[in-house]
Design a binder for this molecule. Structure first.
Ligand code: ATP
Ligand code: MG
Length: 811
């Protein structure tokens, strides 16, 4: 029964069949504690489970679904169950099936708010002025559409970027505000034109039979509010409503749930006010705190036993979150064995941190930490900002450690990184037409389809590259106006950057008859050493091309993250001799990247880790400014800081057995060393739950001289710091010469595992070893690239410096 046609026939059908269902065995209840059982068995009326991390909220919610089905209280399609991610929805479905001991015939209403709303909207599209085959716009389409409207209104979209308007509109949609409901106080938005443009945008979407992401909820809420008959049907249909992670619902989601729950009033929400981490996206922690007012007579269940983490991990997390003022405060306990203390370690810089974590992961995998071997699936690295991932990805690729990035593309697949790389490619090789195609109008240079076609035709007609085609088109005045001018500047830029890359051309005064020793005519010119380092040049390319400014002027929430990723990219260049070497490295790792199946270590943001758990968790980058994030403190003050602290709590409570927090004394930003202070959250960790580790004695003398048992000092970060970096001669030197790379820092290349092996030392047929692919024989040598027939991994092309002769293997 998936439509409403036969819905009424089902009403009141609880009797005999339901009683027979209730007599079925209920093994899924057995593992639950009394409080969880109460939440499962209290089937009538509203239920709230407001409890700390790892107390079994999601598990109880899942058992409740099973119980409803097993006792015949509801059929699978009468249960509305909302999860935070599609992945969580899939897992919940599988678990329900497993607990029930049989496959369920589908739960169409188990999913995220968005997934469920798409279904509802397709059924009732006409009530929102759409056809049921409406399209859902992605962000790019959304921006393009807004731009058209902005221009039509004669607004300068440089001063008032479309992205800014789109995030204002998203904000209104999160609050369930249609254009006519936007409060007068918001009238000044987007230079007083926001509301008007919002109305135009909504009208245009209807003409296009389209909607954006925010519309999915907004339209359904509006339909429910304006069509009581439709709402009534669903109120009757959804016998039970269940919501996980309720603390992160926004106003629109809250209204939607409240409207639906007015029917049977069987709504069960679970959440934790301490884990509300989406305030920046419109989530209202107040929703969970006023549940009892919204649903009078609610049965409130408290869960206090944590089943996930050891006492030390729990103690550390509880200590940190206690620093927040705006919270209910909850008791958490566990009967697990004491386990290891939370490990805290300070590193010299971000690269060392990545190296150390890579070593730790490998050691755990081999079982050399005095523990049983831990599989990669059981380990996770949780970062505050996505740009932190790059160092781990590079390190793991280098040592051949399989990893997956959850909740976002891998670093080198991100849009801004691909754009920047395309610039580098054109500069290194102006014949790279694909790269030029990508950047010629990125950022926008006013080159429409026609202008781009003109360039293509000019290139083809003259059998030259696109860059040359563009030059011809400009010279011959084929592209007029702003587009032509900006294209001319781009071509001139490419010439300039390319000559900086090669170094200045030096004309030679040579006799026409002169020949070199090896024979052949003597060169008429040569290139001197480049004046700029390739890192400086990369920055110049991104600046002069307008690409950096493009993101600086962008007012959307993602823009700062994209800028940080670009900085991270420039930083990554430092590990290479030149741009070309870097581009090769990336193309090779991209080539090999997707091949690993099986167990992998997870890298994800703290936000994406919500609801998940792992035996071993690494929390790197605990430095003030990075975590807590400066941006969130600047934008939201004390509230922002408290949200960051909740994020710290979420992070620590993901760990079951081993939790390691780390920070680096130095991070390199745009080629400049910046010293950073350990996160203020580190000092909030209760000392009795923390072990301060000493990093391996990489730097001799000053570093690593202190022992881990030196005891807890006045504060933890001082202890961690004393145990290594801050006391070192290198640190002091760095402070004295800020902005420069400290000489004491080891010059090890970030991409080297084994000592660099000279390319020439390899011969075809030689047996070699590669960290990732194992043993193999060299088939072909091409410059510094080797084609190797690996014994297990098949034939692959790899960079020679990641390969060592079999005699060199250091074990
Ligand atoms: P979070 O706040 O992080 O979302 P949660 O409250 O939803 O956590 P769950 O993920 O449901 O917690 O449970 C945490 C862990 O404890 C899971 O591994 C779960 O299987 C286990 N667990 C939950 N309840 C029990 C129980 N009664 N007995 C044994 N283990 C349990
Ligand atoms: Mg949960």
């Amino acid at each position: 029964m998936s439509s409403f046609d036969d819905m009424d026939a089902f009403e009141g059908a609880a009797s005999l069949s339901a009683r027979a269902m209730a007599a079925r065995p209920q093994p899924y209840l057995e593992g639950l504690n009394p409080a969880q059982r109460a939440a499962v068995e209290q089937m009538d009326g509203p239920v709230l489970m407001l409890a700390g991390a790892g107390t079994g909220k999601t598990r109880a919610l899942t058992a409740r679904i099973v119980h409803l089905l097993n006792t015949g209280r509801a059929r699978p399609n009468e249960i509305l169950a909302v999860t935070f991610t599609n992945k969580a929805a899939r897992e919940m479905k599988n678990r329900v099936g497993a607990m029930l001991g049989q496959s369920i015939e589908g739960m169409p209403w188990l999913g995220t708010f968005h997934a469920i709303c798409v279904k509802l909207l397709r059924r009732h599209a006409e009530l929102a002025g759409l056809k049921s085959n409406f399209t859902i716009l992605d962000t790019d389409d959304q921006i393009r559409l807004l731009k058209q409207l902005i221009r039509a209104a004669n607004i300068d979209d440089k001063r008032w970027p479309a992205r800014q308007l789109s995030s204002i509109i998203d904000g209104w949609k999160n609050r369930a505000l249609t254009p006519d409901k936007v409060p007068a106080a918001d009238g000044g938005a987007y230079n007083h034109k926001g509301v008007e443009l919002y109305a135009q945008y909504q009208a245009r979407l209807k003409e296009l039979n389209a909607c954006d992401f925010g519309d999915l909820l907004l339209h359904v809420v509006t339909i429910f509010q304006t069509h009581p008959d439709v709402l009534g049907q669903y109120q009757r249909w959804f016998a039970y409503i269940l919501v996980d992670e309720y603390q992160d619902t926004n106003v629109a989601q809250y209204l939607w749930l409240r409207l639906l729950a007015q029917g049977h009033k069987n709504i069960c929400c679970v959440g934790d006010d301490d884990q509300s981490i989406y305030g920046w996206r419109g989530a209202e922690v107040g929703n969970i705190l006023k549940f009892e007012t919204d649903f009078p007579g609610a049965h409130v269940v408290k869960l206090e036993q944590n089943y996930r983490s050891t006492p030390h991990i729990l103690g550390a997390a509880s200590g940190v979150i206690a620093g927040n003022k705006a919270r209910l405060g909850k008791t958490l306990w566990t009967d697990k064995d004491e386990g290891e203390k939370v490990r805290l370690i300070g590193h010299w810089d971000g690269e060392e941190e990545a190296r150390w974590i890579g070593d730790e992961v490998e050691a755990a995998q081999r079982g050399t930490r005095g523990m049983d071997p831990v599989s990669l699936d059981q380990m996770a690295i949780l970062v505050r900002a996505s740009h932190q991932m790059r160092a781990f990805e590079d390190r793991f690729l280098t040592i051949g450690l399989p990893y997956r990035v959850i909740g976002g593309p891998r670093f080198y697949e991100r849009m801004e990184i691909r754009d920047a790389m395309a610039y580098f490619r054109v500069v290194v090789s102006p014949e790279d037409d694909l790269a030029f195609e990508r950047i010629m109008n990125t950022p926008k240079r006013g080159l429409g389809d026609k202008a781009q076609q003109t360039i293509q035709i000019a290139a083809r007609a003259n059998e030259v590259s696109l860059v040359e085609g563009a030059r011809l088109a400009v010279e011959q005045g084929l592209i007029k106006g702003k587009g032509g001018k900006e294209l001319g500047a781009l071509v001139a830029g490419i010439d300039r950057w390319n000559s900086e890359l090669r170094g200045p051309r030096i004309e030679m005064t040579v006799d026409d008859d002169a020949v070199l020793d090896e024979g052949g005519p003597a060169p008429r010119f040569e290139y001197g050493p480049p004046r700029l380092s390739h890192v400086e040049l990369a920055e110049i390319i991104l600046d002069e091309s307008g690409y950096t400014a493009h993101w600086q002027n962008d007012k959307t929430p993602e823009a700062p993250g994209r800028l940080e990723n670009l900085k991270e990219l420039v930083k990554a260049l430092e590990g290479f001799e030149n741009l070309q070497g870097f581009l090769e490295h990336v193309s090779l790792i991209m080539d090999n990247a997707s091949e690993d199946a099986g167990s992998k270590v997870s890298i994800m943001t703290l936000h994406a880790a919500k609801g998940l758990e792992f035996p071993m968790v690494f929390l790197p980058g605990w430095e003030d400014g990075l975590f807590p994030s400066q941006r969130s403190m600047d934008e939201s003050g004390q509230k922002g800081l408290e949200e960051e602290r909740r994020l710290a709590y979420v992070g620590i409570t993901r760990a079951e057995e081993v939790c390691t927090i780390s920070f680096a004394a130095n991070r390199r930003v745009f080629g400049q060393w910046q010293s950073s202070m350990p996160s203020r959250f580190i000092d909030e960790l209760p000392e009795e739950h923390v072990d301060v580790l000493t990093p391996p004695g990489l730097y001799g003398g000053g570093f690593g001289a202190a022992s881990p048992s030196m005891g807890v000092q006045s504060n933890l970060h001082q202890a961690a710091a004393d145990a290594n970096v801050y006391n070192s001669p290198g640190w002091k030197r760095l402070q004295a010469r800020s902005g420069e790379r400290p000489i004491s820092q080891p010059k090890e290349s970030k991409n080297t595992v084994i000592d660099l092996t000279a390319v020439s030392s390899f011969t075809v047929g030689e047996r070699v070893f590669h960290q990732k692919f194992g043993y193999g024989a060299i088939v072909e040598i091409e410059g510094d690239k080797l084609e190797i027939a690996f014994e297990k991994a098949g034939t692959k092309k790899v960079v020679a410096r990641f390969v060592s002769g079999c005699d060199d293997i250091p074990f």
